[in-house]
Design a protein around this ligand. Structure first.
Ligand code: SDX
Length: 431
């Protein structure tokens, strides 16, 4: 079939050129403009990359209008209902659901990489006890490249795979250590008789003073939340990891850059910001006041947990989490129920408001996740850390895909220069 193209013509200079239109498996076609500057002498301009595709990827597909999310072609609803988090991790990294032997081997490999180097524990002591766990996470994960010189040859596929396994395996251990440092309790070592989520819960909440068994409902809820947060196409933190990786930085440094980007309240930090917002609103009687603030262009207040660059319909993950909120809150004696009621009422009011309807602003994945985390006894400042544990799977999957991409080159965008025109230096005594 003849290649589909788009012809661009500069009506001033008359310059014209044809650019290929590429069609993926599903989703919008993309116009390949890699020759645009050479052919037309102009750059594109797209702040926030609203209309820009940065790469080819086979990992995750999102249809924002239809509220669809697929991991390697499998709908998130099916994976959320039927899969285990490490099974999804295998799928995202290797592209296919594992058979029983592959899953057992993957679980074994991850299990035997969960410990962190003993000297790494001294790193935590450099942080004040009340350092935000995300600040500690960024530092500790970035420092991992100082420990694994045996797997830093990024051109060696086996080194890349070992680094991916180490990152997935060690994030829960590091996350739990961040929490223990925060609360002044001794670190708890991983246990090889527990599964991924159970091990994380154990490292978070066990103490050396008594036996501790992870709560099955908590493990089930965390398994689901990790699956829902595992990947999401070219979001800000994943794009950060890809850009860092494009310079051939080592994988630990790339993931540390992803953690830093995720921390922002416009991105993964929104789950913590939602709880802060609900606490600030306090009562359903204040909802109208805060909806008005969110609509006021002169007020920087945003309704945290609402809106999304891609979803112009319900975020399918929010729908799943909202349902699970009920299950968790029904089962745990939870002082957060008023917060959940407030969230439900806030959602109802916002979804009936013309401002939100017109802008297609719906609850996103962060709107309910914090409520569940709190109900499970996880403190607010650990919510984005939870997000980072899960999203590490997506980050390493995209990093591996990028490193294997023959089109991969260093990411180096251009700009529209609006600064001063050429001028000469003025000596200090003449200024
Ligand atoms: C995540 O990219 C991903 O996939 C991210 C993520 C993932 O899994 O990786 O899904 C995870 O980050 C979810 C988003 C979490 N963030 C929040 O909940 C923070 C609150 N949301 C907003 O900051 C905002 O909606 C963004 C950042 C999520 C999206 O920003 P966009 O796409 O740049 O949208 P925009 O700012 O251009 O908004 C369009 C309009 C604007 O109004 P107008 O200028 O047209 O008058 O909608 C308004 C905005 O003011 N708007 C909001 C709003 N979000 C957008 N108004 C009030 N409250 C909001 N939350």
């Amino acid at each position: 079939m003849a290649e589909k193209t788009v012809t661009l013509t500069d009506n001033t200079s008359g310059r014209s050129a044809e650019f290929p239109l590429l069609q993926g498996t599903v989703g919008p076609e993309v116009m390949d403009i890699s020759r645009l500057y050479r052919e037309m002498g102009v750059f594109t301009y797209d702040p926030g990359f609203v209309s820009t595709g940065s790469c080819r990827s086979a990992i995750t597909y999102i249809d924002g209008d239809a509220g669809k999310l697929w991991y390697r072609g499998y709908p998130i609803e099916q994976l959320a209902e039927k899969a285990d988090f490490l099974e999804v991790a295998y799928l995202l990294i290797y592209g296919e659901l594992p058979n029983p032997e592959q899953l057992a081997e993957f679980e074994r490999v991850i299990r035997y990489h969960t410990m962190i180097n003993e000297t790494l524990k001294n790193f935590f002591d450099g942080f004040h006890y009340d350092a935000h766990p995300m600040a500690v996470m960024v530092g500790v994960v970035g420092s991992l490249s100082a420990f694994y010189h045996d797997s830093l040859d990024i051109h060696n596929p086996r080194h890349r795979e070992i680094s991916a396994h180490r990152l997935i395996a060690k994030m829960p251990t590091i996350a739990a250590a961040c929490y223990k440092h925060n609360v002044g309790e001794p670190f708890i070592y991983p246990r090889n008789d527990l599964d991924y989520c159970g091990n994380f819960i154990h490292m978070m909440f066990a103490t050396p003073c008594e036996e501790f068994q992870p709560d099955p409902l908590m493990a089930k809820a965390i398994n689901l939340l990790f699956i829902l947060h595992a990947d999401h196409e070219q979001n800000a933190s994943t794009s950060t990891v890809r850009l860092a990786g494009s310079s051939q930085a080592n994988p630990f440094a790339c993931i540390a850059s992803g953690i830093a980007s995720l921390w922002g309240p416009a991105h993964g930090g929104a789950n913590e910001a939602v709880l802060d917002m609900l606490h600030e609103i306090g009562d359903v009687s204040n909802i109208d006041k805060y909806i008005a603030k969110a609509k006021d262009r002169n007020d920087p207040f945003r309704l945290m947990g609402f809106g999304h660059r891609v979803y112009k319909n319900f975020d399918p993950r929010a729908t799943i989490i909202r349902k699970m909120c009920h299950e968790v809150l029904d089962k745990v004696a939870d002082q957060n129920s008023p917060l959940f009621e407030l969230a439900l009422e806030l959602e109802k009011v916002a979804l009936q408001d013309e401002y939100f309807i017109e802008r297609k602003l719906y609850p996103n994945v962060d709107f309910y996740s914090g409520i569940i985390y709190r109900a499970l006894g996880i403190p607010n400042n650990m919510f984005t850390v939870m997000f980072a544990i899960a999203r590490t799977v997506g980050w390493v999957a995209h990093w591996l895909e990028m490193m294997d991409d023959p089109e991969q080159r260093i990411g180096r965008p251009r700009q529209l220069y609006v600064g001063s025109d050429l001028r000469d230096y003025v000596p200090l005594d003449q200024r």
